[in-house]
Write a protein that binds this ligand. Structure first.
Ligand code: TYD
Ligand code: MG
Length: 452
């Protein structure tokens, strides 16, 4: 092949540059730009031939439509995250840090489907067949009918698939090991990953097999991350967890066939991932309710209420610029809550370090946590513990008002189920059920709450 043009591609986000530079302008990562041959792959290259287009069918928008046919795994937490099962002919991406448990999860999913008489092919480009077998035995999945393939070349994989019966599910672990003859760059680069993934997705659409692709999130940016293929797949799930915690959360960030923001909660054990049916009990498990600085937030993840403890520590600083450290929440939102406390409640924290932690390694994305954060901060500063049977939720506006949040009734129901008797919540927009076991204390503005 004649030497094609080369371009410089960010391995993190896929942006293309004409020359090398140290930092990617698009995603802000350093040292992620690598020179790649632009022959083949998306956008084509010199070998692309001029072809006369052939007319395709034009169809009216109105017409027969049917529910997307789904394959249900029976692992409830996984089915919930995918929006009710894997859609046939679709491509899902499961991303996550190396070692978080992606291969474990997908082997369990494969085994569950095989037990339901679905044919499953697991392509492992990272581990040898013996290793995969060993893990499957540990997971109690050794005797299911899952077929293995230790192959990394896309053409070989597709040729193998063509010789047998179409599988119901094809798992490719991982996209970073795939390579195709169509692209010249090294395996793991953006061009290779994109071209290979595109070939696999084309197979899924043409054959009707569902495909799950595994992608490592890469901190160093040495190999292309899942972000470069996110837009090509039908659904994106991230498998997350804090190092040192057993909890693993499967979070939906994109789903063409269902809701996003759903989560599935698992616990890593020595025999694989266990489903956690009631995450609130788990996250509140080690709670010491008499300590100042802790507030229980009644949150909603997708369709499910989740209660978590928010811990704050406010202490006089010994530094010129006080420290602000946040784990499990947005640091910009903490800055906002601190500013509101200062401007509207007269609580000055300019001479204090502030540490905020969401217990259990959980990560909160809802603004509804503002009120619980404010309560935890004030409690830590004053040294007075909050009532141990109270939950908090509500969004704080810049003017100091407490704004309504959705699903108030559901949050309270979960709180009542776990033995909480009081709830501090927004006065506005309440849709509370009549027969409640929880006493609601509605607040309109933050200063009123701080004073009480
Ligand atoms: P793995 O699925 O290989 O992670 P990934 O594919 O995301 O890189 O899981 C790796 C970790 O999970 C490893 O540190 C060991 C742990 N693990 C268990 O604790 N229990 C188990 O039953 C299995 C299979 C793995
Ligand atoms: Mg793996």
């Amino acid at each position: 092949m004649a030497r094609g043009k080369t371009s410089f591609i960010c391995q993190n986000c896929g942006s293309v540059y004409a020359r090398w530079q140290g930092r990617c302008d698009a995603c802000g990562e350093w040292n992620t730009i690598v020179e790649e041959s632009s022959t083949g792959g998306i956008g084509g290259g010199p070998q692309r031939t001029k072809r006369k287009g052939k007319p395709a069918a034009l169809l009216p928008l109105a017409g027969e439509s049917e529910e997307a046919p789904r394959i249900v795994t029976g692992i409830d937490e996984f089915d919930r995250a995918t929006g009710g099962g894997i859609v046939r002919g679709s491509a899902l991406l499961v991303g996550g840090d190396p070692g978080i448990g992606k291969s474990t999860l997908l082997m369990q999913v494969s085994a569950a489907l095989a037990r339901r008489k679905q044919s499953v092919i697991y392509v492992s480009g990272e581990e040898a067949v013996a290793q995969v077998r060993l893990r499957a035995q540990r997971l109690g999945a050794g005797d299911t009918g899952v077929m293995l393939m230790a192959e990394t070349n896309v053409e070989d994989i597709l040729a193998t698939l063509d010789t047998g019966r179409r599988p119901d599910l094809l798992v490719v672990d991982s996209i970073q090991t795939l390579w195709t003859d169509m692209a010249e760059s090294a395996p793991g680069t953006v061009t290779q990953v994109r071209s290979s993934v595109q070939a696999v997705i084309r197979y899924a659409k043409a054959s009707g097999a569902a495909v799950i692709l595994v992608g490592h999130v890469t901190k160093e940016g040495q190999i292309a991350g899942p972000r470069v293929v996110e837009h090509m797949v039908d659904g994106v799930l991230y498998f997350e967890g804090e190092a040192g915690h057993h909890f693993r959360i499967l979070r939906t960030v994109k789903n063409r066939f269902g809701p996003t923001d759903e989560i599935g909660v698992f616990e890593m054990s020595d025999i694989g991932l266990r489903e956690v049916q009631n995450p609130s009990e788990l996250f509140l498990g080690e709670r010491n309710s008499s300590a100042p600085g802790a507030a229980v937030f009644a949150g909603i993840e997708g369709t499910r209420p989740v209660l978590v403890e928010i811990q704050a520590l406010v202490a006089p600083t010994s530094l010129g610029t006080p420290r602000r450290a946040v784990v499990g929440w947005d640091s910009a939102r903490l800055a906002m809550v601190l500013a509101v406390l200062e401007a509207h409640c007269g609580i000055r924290l300019g001479q204090h370090d502030v540490y905020l932690n969401v217990a259990g390694g959980f990560r909160i994305v809802e603004p509804a946590a503002d009120l619980a954060v404010a309560a935890a901060l004030v409690s830590s500063l004053s040294g007075l513990a909050l009532p141990s049977d109270s939950v908090y939720f509500g969004e704080i506006s810049l003017s100091g008002g407490i704004r309504a949040v959705a699903h108030g009734g559901q949050r309270l129901k979960e709180a009542a189920k776990l033995g909480f008797r009081r709830a501090v919540l927004p006065a506005a927009g309440l849709d509370l059920p009549k027969d409640m076991d929880v006493a609601a204390q509605a607040v309109e503005a933050l200063p009123a709450l701080v004073a009480s």
